[in-house]
Write a protein that binds this ligand. Sequence first.
Ligand SMILES: Nc1ncnc2c1ncn2[C@@H]1O[C@H](COP(=O)(O)OP(=O)(O)OP(=O)(O)O)[C@@H](O)[C@H]1O
Length: 767
Amino acid sequence: MYSEMVDIRKNFWDDVTVNFEDSVEMAESFASLKQQAEVLSERERTHRHAARQLKTLRKLKSSPYFGRIDFMENGETAADQVYLGIASLRDSADEAYLIYDWRAPIASLYYDYPPGPAQLRTPAGLIQGELLLKRQFVIRDGEIVSLFDTGVTIGDELLQEVLGRHSDAQMRSIVGTIQREQNRIIRNERSRLLLVQGAAGSGKTSAALQRVAYLLYRFRGTLSADQIVLFSPNPMFNSYVSTVLPELGEENMQQTTFQDYLAARLGHSFKLENPYAQLEYALRAEKEPGYESRMAGIRYKATTGFVRLIDGYLGVLASYGIIFRDVRFRDELLMSGEDIRSYFYGLDRSIAVPNRMRLTAEWLLGRLKERQKSALKEAWVDEAVELLDKDTYLKAYQTLKRQNRKLKDDSFDDFDRERELLGQYIVLEAVRPIRSRIKKLTFVDVRSTFLKLFLDSEMAAAAAAHAGIELPEKWETICKDTIDRLLLKKMAYEDATPFLYVVERIRGFQTNTSVRHVIVDEAQDYTAFQFAYMQRLFPFSRITALGDLNQSIQAHAVNNDSDTGFAALAALFPASESETIVLRQSYRSTRPIVEFTSMLIPGGEGIEPFNRDGMKPILTVAQDRDDLHRSIRERLLSLAEQGNRTIAVICKTAAQSLMVHEALLGVGPIRLVESETSTFEPGIVVIPSYLAKGVEFDAVLIYDASGSQTGYGKESERRLFYTVCTRAMHELHIFALGSAGPFLQGPVEAYYGTAADSADLQPNERT
Ligand SMILES: Nc1ncnc2c1ncn2[C@@H]1O[C@H](COP(=O)(O)OP(=O)(O)OP(=O)(O)O)[C@@H](O)[C@H]1O
């Protein structure tokens, strides 16, 4: 097959007849080329498919299955033995299934039931029976390394083994040990909105990725990887998860960040702030003038209240208030913004705003055409014709020939005719950019229209009245802050989505109709607006949103829970079309680490640690910065020596990371992770808190857990502190400059040790 493909590529032009002599020949050449290209792309598709299959078969050769169930259907006398692997394998002789794909319906029995009564829902109805055996295998290089018969809790032993290993940097697939609750997420087909609230390390990201693999299998033939979009928190996270689907023999879905999406939509007209710059501001700029007003704005603009206000504003704009620009032709006014406004608002109000915009554009194009005709006789056209150089002259001739079929070859022989035609060309060229701008609806001044809500208190009052809500208490301060930035063409992160939402509701949404599934990881960090926007962008898509409210660290979430994204997302879908799944068990960290981190947040007692042993987190208090850096250096060396493959020194901010990275350079190769970093690699990294979310490390060192400005002291930083501590799989080392901060005081003290105890606390043996 490969050679066939190469052959076609090599001989592509031999089998194509190309002749451009006249239009009939050209059409034939085109058809011939198209046919050849289609044959080639079909062969390429088949080859890609076969290559993937071969890769999967190789994997099966090394590890053919990971589970077996014996299921006795009621009324039968013998049990079926079902082996499960990452793909199905049939006997070449009788086509019987030797191994079932983990996504096949029968595999549900393995994930959903302990030995005992079990049932299976099939298109033919409910099958009831008994699970007589549930066995797990670890097979490497074709040899069974270990096997366990599981009881009530699936995979205890195997999970112990899998979770106890040092990480390979990139995330791994979990198909052998998927838990029942996770299986509900993976196999959910019913809900348009699937919301997952899960504790740190409960397997949300893992479940999401196996879900994608499941959907691609379940709907193969109708759903392809490019119809699924994953919104990730940052580019490095994309790299971290990128190996899971290929490991399962599937192609990766589209992966993007919301920031990239916004930037592409906004174009170059604004300088767009990124969410991390916003967060750095929230964490560091407390003493700067205007800090409180901006923070009030950030918080308010994330709420459903603001979505309602903007919807109210759009309701008002349907009747009055949109600002239009003058349309000019050369230096003269073709149509004033005021006239365009009258025309637009003169149209039938029952027509939606974007459709009225289209009608207005058509009207303007008509006026432009009239002006184009009258311009032909004007003196500036004569002058321009006189000044035409040879190249432009030829270009003009070609253009006119293309556009005007009646133009005979000899038309240019006649002087008057030539002048007329060249005049047409000159005018056409002058009109072209204006026409294109009108088509793009640039005659609507969207920036001024958006600003007007903040500039014009009557408009704001009308919008609030239309929405049936009150303006927030700090509205005036918020307005001032917003106006100052927008006038400088700076687009703050909190304004970007509302602005685009207004723009697209006025000009018409450019929706993406091919995407069928949108997966949003770290969903707690999105605002109500971002979800409202996303829902409109992907009108034919189901949404899977996974998050943890305790890890809400974005600036808008500080002390502000109930009214932001997660809750708002649920409100966008009718209850009958959505489902919420809660994951309480945490798998990432050892029991002592989970017990410690659960003490950091209210409601933490609801988090269930997976029973994996390890040592308590260690607190080291340093007297000064030199002492702190020396202790961290020593700890890094011993952690690396013990075989930890991924180690992170987690700092609070990017600025702190930069400083710490420099201070630690002598230790050996240490990578500094920044917001643009796009690869996740093993080794030691220095990383700012917010970039560490979603990922995990064998050992984590918290740089400064004092209560000072550079540590974690304010109540609003509690979740950030929780988030960084929950990144540790096996060991957590907390350092503090001067003294430990408030989150480490009180009953939590029983859940960590100090550097002095650490000599007695030997890390566990791990595989
Ligand atoms: N069923 C499972 N079998 C084996 N490992 C699992 C299972 N579920 C989760 N894990 C492991 O637990 C760790 C945490 O999983 P994951 O990153 O998916 O959690 P999360 O809920 O997205 O975490 P966070 O919200 O803290 O980012 C990973 O190493 C993952 O492989």
